[in-house]
Design a protein around this ligand. Structure first.
Ligand SMILES: [Mn+2]
Length: 340
């Protein structure tokens, strides 16, 4: 693994600005598997800003953008990439802690690009870029790319602002999670002033369900189980009959997480021989450490991993690890924890 320059500030260092500062060039905005709004919003925002300066920009990754994010300005430019054409002055990856999540495109990008720029806020980032900007205090990579565009003196168009606002909006659970800081709101305010519309983004994200999706959601929520004196809750979805796009768009793990007593919530999604696991905490258990036991990663309160099936065996292993973490964290009652 290459280990290039490392920058950790809230503002981009000169090494981060250098490959992007000139007028014109060829840039690759490279996303990872199943890109979410923080990935897509930041890649599109930075790409659009570079295009305004005469750059030619390619946007894509191993998977296409999900239909639920079809409202992001410029997202029609983002496509599934199998191979890369030509050479790039810079390849940018955002919100991607592990280069393996590009399914091999990172190797091609390295060969084709003068500089690989890695912009992320995950604590387990592998620092695989020639330049790595890792700001663990950022609630979203969207905050970092906002600072980057300010430093580049790029104009914040409504399209760019909408992309960054959506990135911050989703990574903070609509400004509800513990990663939200005064800076998050300052940046959000600046983005709204620049033309992002909160009501439009909220409706686009949360109020475009089909009636069938709601019925299906009801069926799924019936499966929620609660145990360990209410401290642990999970939802397990076998592979049969559930439309993947529906699961992706619903952030289902937030439902078990919303139970008052729950300290750790899990979502298990069986996919062929693998089970995708999403873990959510409320601050007292570090779910990233649990995910890391299974080769995954994420943040303290939100992490994920992929575990070998079958579903029941995956659940047994992961729930055992969660219970170990809960036992380590025994002490104050759930009520006094909730009051902190
Ligand atoms: Mn993120």
């Amino acid at each position: 693994m290459s280990s290039g320059a490392l920058c950790t500030g809230t503002s981009p260092a000169a090494a981060v600005l250098a490959p992007l500062g000139r007028d014109g060039g060829r840039a690759l905005m490279l996303g990872h598997v199943h890109p979410d709004a923080d990935v897509l919003g930041t890649l599109l925002a930075l790409g659009l800003a570079l295009e305004a300066r005469g750059w030619s920009v390619t946007y894509g990754g191993p998977h296409p953008a999900p239909p639920a994010l079809d409202f992001l300005p410029g997202v029609e430019r983002y496509r599934r990439l199998a191979t890369l054409d030509g050479a790039f002055d810079v390849a940018v990856l955002t919100d991607c802690p592990n280069p393996q999540r590009t399914e091999g495109l990172i190797e091609q990008a390295r060969r084709a690009s003068a500089v690989v720029l890695n912009i992320d806020h995950h604590p387990d980032n592998r620092r695989y870029g020639d330049v790595n900007w890792i700001d663990l205090s950022a609630a979203a990579t969207g905050e970092m790319v906002y600072e980057l565009l300010l430093a580049l003196e790029a104009p914040l168009t409504p399209a760019i602002a909408t992309n960054l606002f959506t990135a911050v909006h989703t990574d903070t659970g609509s400004f509800r999670y513990s990663n939200v800081t005064p800076r998050t709101f300052r940046i959000a305010a600046a983005l709204v002033a620049a033309g992002a519309e909160p009501a439009f983004v909220s409706q686009a994200l949360y109020e475009r369900r089909a009636p069938d999706a709601l019925r299906w959601l009801g069926e799924a929520l019936r499966r929620i189980e609660v145990s360990d004196e209410g401290r642990l809750a999970w939802l397990a979805l076998p592979s049969d009959g559930v439309e993947e796009a529906l699961v992706e768009s619903e952030e289902l793990v937030n439902y078990p997480r919303s139970i008052a007593t729950v300290r750790v919530a899990c979502l298990f999604r069986e996919r062929g021989r693998e089970v995708k696991v999403s873990l959510r905490g409320k601050g007292d258990v570090d779910v990233q450490r649990i995910a890391a036991e299974f080769g995954g990663g994420g943040h303290r309160n939100a992490a994920g991993c992929t575990v070998d099936g079958p579903l029941a065996e995956a659940m047994r292993r992961v729930l055992a690890a969660v219970r170990r973490a809960l036992a380590e964290r025994k002490g104050p009652s759930a009520a006094s924890e909730a009051a902190r």
